[in-house]
Design a protein around this ligand. Structure first.
Ligand code: COA
Length: 161
């Protein structure tokens, strides 16, 4: 087991900005399977960062290496998790759940009373969200368009805070 094989004790979450986009896109491209069209491009990320209520956070090891990130938007009583990803080599070590809990805490502190997200039907991340109290609200048919063709439904999940 490598020094990084044990869970998140040496990972810290901090606010990110445009200077973190290289690291975020690297995690994004490694984590999301391009067959499904769930990942965002650099320009999509850069474009949303200045928008009201949008926050990007990055989970990094002490040496600066990015393990994962999340992107979310809080507007009044609702907060939306837009993206959450962990680099494949660091998955199943609690980083994703730590990022999710950070989002929930932050949404609560910002005054939100409800959180929601969309996730591809069949994405194993659904288990993580269910484990954190999210429940199915609905389905958006053909919401994701895969890089090589194909359209995939999104599930809308939400929970009260
Ligand atoms: C989803 C994702 C962020 C989870 O990150 P992670 O660091 O591996 O998650 P954690 O280690 O904190 O796992 C928390 C729990 O979620 C569930 N879970 C996570 N990945 C899972 C998988 N592949 N299969 C089944 N359950 C899974 C498990 O219950 C897990 O707890 P356990 O490991 O004790 O069983 C990561 O797999 C990822 O980046 N996927 C690609 C990007 C993506 O699809 N993001 C979600 C849509 S925005």
């Amino acid at each position: 087991m490598s020094a990084r094989a044990s869970p998140v004790s040496d990972v810290a979450i901090a606010d990110g900005g445009s200077g973190d986009l290289d690291a975020v896109i690297e995690v994004m491209n490694a984590a999301f399977d391009e067959r499904f069209g769930e990942g965002w491009t650099r320009s999509q990320c850069a474009g949303i960062l200045p928008m009201p209520g949008v926050r990007m956070v990055v989970a990094r090891f002490a040496d600066g290496l990015a393990a994962g990130f999340s992107l979310y938007r809080t507007l009044g009583p609702e907060a939306e998790l837009l993206l959450l990803a962990v680099a494949p080599e660091f998955q199943r070590r609690g980083v994703g759940r730590t990022l999710l809990d950070h989002f929930l805490d932050n949404a609560r502190q910002s005054g939100a009373t409800k959180v929601h997200l969309e996730v591809r039907d069949g994405n194993p991340a659904v288990q993580m969200y269910r484990g954190a109290g999210f429940r199915l609200q609905g389905r958006r048919r053909k919401y994701y368009r895969g890089r090589f063709g194909g359209e995939f439904d999104a599930l809308t999940l939400s929970r009260q805070l």
